[in-house]
Design a protein around this ligand. Structure first.
Ligand code: DGI
Ligand code: FE
Ligand code: FE
Length: 219
């Protein structure tokens, strides 16, 4: 039994590694240099976070690798492809078609890269806006995208990076606060789901803090 589980472990790693190689090669042609570097770094960061939070690092790496696969498609073409593949375009996406790289990326992960794992596909789908009640893997991809080392050092980044390895919900809230402040300052159209995600994590973190306070009073 031990031998066969060790063998399937080797087998699993080999399959993942050859998949990563094939996908990386394809992405190198589809992404510009900066985006490709960012992509590899998100994959590495996501794998490390997965190790910390008891998720499968191979699945996290794969989701990280594919999260921005549609990013370097021209905005006009993004709109056209969404039409072609019958992917719905909301008001915020209409105003800012770059948002569509998440939806289109998730679609292409399945159709072009043959990824069937629904949680990997949803991690790609929600990596830009987030969504309420995300799974651990979805949170990992959302956060790894923001904290990877090639990212410009945004305000509060040290705190965000520490939270990424200690408290995923608090980390989500920290990123959402800073993203919303940035978008409001820019006057950008805010996707409804981004707002819902913010409200969800604000309430959740508040609730957890209050529960913790309750615990210390009981002692
Ligand atoms: O693709 P990346 O640059 O690696 O990162 P991303 O997919 O998280 O996209 C980042 C941008 O998306 C960032 O400038 C913030 C923006 N964004 C997040 N939520 C919304 C949004 N932009 C608009 N207009 N509306 C949103 O709700
Ligand atoms: Fe992205
Ligand atoms: Fe990204």
């Amino acid at each position: 039994l031990l031998a066969s589980s060790a063998a399937s472990d080797v087998y699993k790693r080999q399959i993942y590694m050859s998949t990563f190689q094939k996908i990386s090669k394809d992405l190198k042609n589809r992404l510009d240099k900066k985006r490709y570097t960012h992509t590899l770094s998100v994959a590495d960061t996501a794998a490390c976070m997965a190790m910390r939070f008891d998720e499968d690092p191979y699945r996290a790496y794969l989701a990280g690798l594919l999260h921005d696969n549609a990013k370097c498609i021209e905005d006009k073409k993004k709109l056209a492809l969404c039409g072609k593949y019958k992917l719905e375009i909301n008001t915020a996406e209409q105003k800012n078609p770059d948002l569509l790289h998440a939806k289109l990326g998730s679609f292409l992960a399945k159709e072009r890269y043959q990824v069937e794992d629904p949680e990997i596909l949803s991690s790609i789908l929600y990596h830009t806006t987030g969504k309420p009640a995300m799974t651990t893997l979805e949170q990992i991809i959302y956060i790894a995208d923001y904290i990877e080392i090639n990212r410009k050092k945004l305000p509060g980044m040290e705190v965000t990076r520490k939270l990424a390895f200690t408290d995923l919900d608090a980390c989500m809230l920290h990123i959402l606060e800073s993203t919303l402040a940035f978008l409001e300052k820019k006057g950008a159209a805010i996707d409804q789901i981004t707002m819902e995600t913010y409200t969800y994590y604000k309430e959740r973190v508040q609730h957890d803090n209050e529960a913790q306070k309750g615990d210390t009073h009981d002692e």
